[in-house]
Design a protein around this ligand. Structure first.
Ligand code: HEM
Length: 369
């Protein structure tokens, strides 16, 4: 059982991957513009006065929760601190075991579905890390409401055009968002507006679920003897970074590597494209598209140079938590022999996610739990 390659996925992904790697390229007659070198990508992500966010996550134009001074009203988030990371990983470990046991009890003959199985462990882990003062009942309620909001947002984000204000998917999304804001407003010690906490939680839950699913898909599709879990995480984030592309809008005419980009144009940065640049990846350039965590034993290249967590003031504030949870998941996966039970395809409706991502534990060893 195999995985479809990102290279063969087509759609926007295919258009970006097949573009020339010549600095800045226009993907259409009037953009969007794609940066194809780490230097230019960094320029776009770090110069926030010249390259602003395109809008808010709900595509509603409602920026009332924002306190920022950029045109989009985007704010910066405090990085997740080491004690929060520690708490998040501890909760993930417990909740992952619980999710596996629940599956084994309720559907013992069914394969595990990574995108489903990871939901509650990741949601509760991130919620515990971000909101330490919640008791377990409140935490589980908030975690479930974030998952509801993420689900309700999916069709809004996937729609080709922003859905109309009173459309069903817009109303469903608004109801889920309002329910989450209300639960957050009722939590003790919330020192930032519920809107910002909701954004932090949603980003910190949706992306790691996809990343963790990719990681399990890779482990279930390859021999994994002798691999280092941290190398597995970096290699997953190199080949299949869930946030495979991010956009900014030029606030004025900008010079990007000698290319004039007009004000108001979209400029794209793709960690997935950069992760396939041979000069950022150790080993034989011909092997760059292949999953080979062992390549990171060669420390001549720094993992992460392809920006899987972004860069600049809006780089991911949860990266240490994300890395730690994924490393824990890799340790679990490497202690077993996982096999894919269905072919994995690349879902591009929101970032990238492996769909379906169903696997079995296929050898006679006892699960390490
Ligand atoms: C494997 C895990 C993760 C990956 C790969 C990841 C990736 C990213 C990337 C690439 C960005 C930058 C997007 C851009 O520049 O437009 C980002 C931003 C963000 N991430 Fe993460 N992330 C992960 C985990 C988390 C976690 C655990 C949290 C929260 C606890 C989180 C919260 C956020 C937030 C709030 C932003 C927006 C920052 C801003 O706009 O200032 N992420 N993430």
């Amino acid at each position: 059982m195999q995985m479809d390659s990102v290279e063969s996925a087509g759609g926007r992904l295919g258009a970006v991957l097949s573009s020339p790697r010549s600095g800045v390229v226009a993907l259409g007659p009037h953009g969007p513009w794609l940066t194809t070198t780490p230097g230019l990508a960094r320029q776009v992500l770090t110069d926030v006065s010249g390259f602003d966010f395109p809008g808010d996550v709900t595509r509603s134009g409602d920026l009332s929760g924002s306190r920022g001074d950029t045109r989009s009203g985007h704010v910066t988030f405090q990085p997740v601190q080491p004690d929060q990371v520690w708490r998040g990983v501890a909760v993930f470990t417990t909740e992952w075991e619980a999710a596996l046991s629940t599956h084994d009890r309720s559907s013992p003959h069914e394969p595990y579905d990574a995108m489903v199985l990871l939901r509650r462990p990741v949601a509760r882990s991130t919620t515990s890390a971000v909101l330490p003062s919640l008791d377990l009942e409140q935490r589980d309620l908030v975690a479930d409401l974030v998952l509801d909001w993420i689900d309700a947002l999916a069709p809004v984000i996937a729609a080709r055009r922003p859905p109309r204000r009173w459309s069903r998917i817009r109303r469903t999304e608004r109801d889920a968002r309002v329910a989450l804001y209300a639960a957050l407003a009722a939590t003790p010690d919330l020192d930032v507006p519920p809107q910002l906490t909701a954004t932090l939680l949603a980003a910190g839950i949706q992306v790691p679920i996809a990343a963790g699913s990719w990681l399990l898909a890779w482990l279930a599709s390859q021999p994994t003897a002798e691999l280092d879990p941290v190398h597995v995480v970096w290699e997953t984030l190199r080949l299949t970074p869930p946030t495979w592309i991010t956009a900014r809008i030029t606030t004025r005419e900008m010079d990007l590597g000698g290319q004039r980009v007009p004000a108001g144009d979209v400029v794209l940065v793709s960690p997935l494209l950069l992760g396939r640049q041979p000069d950022l990846v150790p080993g034989d350039p011909a092997g760059v598209p292949g999953f080979d965590p062992g390549r990171w034993q060669d420390d001549t290249q720094r993992p992460g140079a392809w920006l899987p967590f972004g860069a600049g003031p809006h780089a991911c504030p949860g990266r240490h938590l994300g890395m730690a949870v994924l490393t824990r998941l890799a340790e679990w996966g490497l202690s077993l022999d996982l096999s894919l039970s269905e072919r994995v395809t690349v879902d591009q409706s929101r970032g990238i996610a492996p769909l379906p991502c169903r696997f079995t534990i296929s050898d006679g060893r006892e699960p390490a739990r």
